[in-house]
Design a protein around this ligand. Structure first.
Ligand SMILES: NC(=O)c1ccc[n+]([C@@H]2O[C@H](COP(=O)([O-])OP(=O)(O)OC[C@H]3O[C@@H](n4cnc5c(N)ncnc54)[C@H](O)[C@@H]3O)[C@@H](O)[C@H]2O)c1
Length: 240
């Protein structure tokens, strides 16, 4: 069963959020052992999945904290997959007086936060001679998004470039690096936003499950020859 995750240890950041918790559900359903991380322990989703029989550990750290990310990965005895999903999307205007501070916060979480995790993750996977990294990017990094501000667009565009750089570096060790780039998805992140659904060829936003399933696919052996790809999951808003 190449789509199975049985026997795999999967780390998911931002696991308390909409896409992260749904990814945890899908991966648990495919047999993975989960390590779920967020700024605070994602206890709710962990409890739900444990009650359904899954093996789940939780961890709390801020992805902006380089040392916390390194300590976390040091403590993990083995890991097969990292899903770098934690993200932050402020909807402010770049004319706002405090915008520069928000710029740094947004880039720190969405870009540096991913590096903080994947740098020690790569070392660990290189020692193991294998693994999968799945980054959660955005359609905003592909074509500017539907409503996103430039700090988020820059950070996610950077992630798309990072995928290719890291995929080349990791591939000789049997490690694949890919991203899913979602379009507008019904989670807390977009709670107060109104999207023009007519601008989406499929005519609606994604459900978190419609993003989680492609993420889980990239985590699995079924994606063993996919390397350095950004998988667009956006209802047709951006067609590569
Ligand atoms: N919802 C969308 O429309 C959409 C579209 C494209 C991409 N994305 C991306 O999908 C990913 C998941 O977003 P979501 O829609 O589930 O949003 P969400 O707000 O429901 O979840 C984001 C999670 O990231 C965590 N997080 C934020 N900052 C953190 C930090 N500094 N350290 C640790 N954890 C932190 C939050 O606590 C939260 O649980 C993000 O990377 C986001 O940019 C979302």
């Amino acid at each position: 069963m190449p789509f199975s995750l049985t026997g795999k240890v999967v780390v998911i950041t931002g696991a308390a959020g909409g896409i992260g918790s749904e990814t945890a559900r899908v991966c648990a359903g495919l047999g993975a052992s989960l390590i779920l991380a967020d700024r605070e322990d994602p206890l709710e989703i962990a409890g739900e999945l444990r009650a359904a029989g899954a093996s789940v550990q939780t961890c709390a750290f801020d992805v902006r904290d380089r040392k916390a990310c390194e300590d976390f990965l040091q403590r993990v005895p083995r890991l097969d997959v990292i899903v770098a999903n934690a993200g932050y999307c402020p909807w402010d205007d770049w004319n706002d007086p405090d915008w520069d501070d928000v710029f740094h916060e947004t880039v720190d979480i969405n870009a540096l936060g991913v590096i903080n995790l994947l740098r020690p993750g790569l070392d660990k996977m290189m020692q193991q001679r294998g693994g999968r990294m799945v980054l959660v990017s955005s359609v905003a990094g592909r074509m500017g998004g539907l409503r996103a501000s430039p700090h988020y667009v820059i950070a996610k565009g950077g992630i798309n470039a990072l995928v290719k750089w890291l995929a080349r570096k990791a591939a000789p060790y049997g490690i694949t690096v890919n991203a899913v780039a979602p379009g507008a998805t019904a989670t807390n992140m977009v709670r107060d936003q109104v999207f023009d659904e007519q601008a989406i060829p499929l005519g609606r936003m994604a459900s978190p499950r419609e993003i989680a399933l492609p993420i889980a696919f990239l985590c699995s052996d079924a994606a063993s020859y996919i390397c350095g790809t950004i998988l667009d999951v956006n209802g047709g808003v951006y067609m590569n």
